[in-house]
Design a protein. Structure first.
Length: 173
């Protein structure tokens, strides 16, 4: 298993994996399959190969196949540039339970630590997604609140659990 930042050459494979994610885990994301499928190839390319000052996307590869992904989004605003948002986390069903998610989160955290202003990782996870909650807690994230009615899904409104992790290894969350 190798984890590395995605580049322009991965755009088609990234789009395919994420559309699969939106279809098979729709409650995990704030975007819908229809919204993302309608995006042109240029949108997907910009997402992974755009300005590294705005975001970076990591991929996990099993041999040469992309089997997992996670993105980091950065703020350039003076009051929020210390926060790095984790988003778009997905691991292919056939690779779950093998440490892929943990490897992706670790790579993302290591990268975030290289940014001089970054102090915390932030994310949301749909309430009830026990495997994701367990993964994030095992990686050091702590919940700090629940947003009711955060997303509207086919089964109704779902809450999002807000989580954070200090990037300073000397600061306990």
């Amino acid at each position: 298993m190798q984890v590395a930042p995605l580049t322009a050459e991965h755009a088609a494979e990234y789009r395919c994996l994420m559309l699969h994610a939106y279809e098979h885990a729709p409650d995990a994301f704030t975007s819908t399959l229809e919204e993302r499928a309608a995006q042109p190839d240029s949108w997907w390319l910009k997402r992974i190969a755009g300005s590294r000052e705005e975001s970076i996307v990591f991929g996990a590869f099993n041999e040469r196949e992309l089997v997992g992904t996670v993105a980091l989004e950065f703020s350039n605003r003076a009051k929020t540039k210390h926060k790095v948002h984790v988003m778009g986390m997905f691991v292919a069903e056939t690779c779950r339970g093998l440490g892929v998610g943990k490897a992706l989160i670790q790579a993302a955290a290591e990268h975030a630590r290289t940014r001089p202003d970054a102090r915390v990782l932030m994310l949301t996870v749909t309430e009830g997604n026990k495997s994701a909650l367990c993964l994030y807690e095992a990686c050091g994230f702590k919940p700090f609140g629940v947003e009711p009615m955060a997303i509207l899904t086919s089964s109704g409104y779902q809450a999002k659990v807000h989580m954070w992790q200090s990037l300073d290894e000397n600061t306990a969350a």
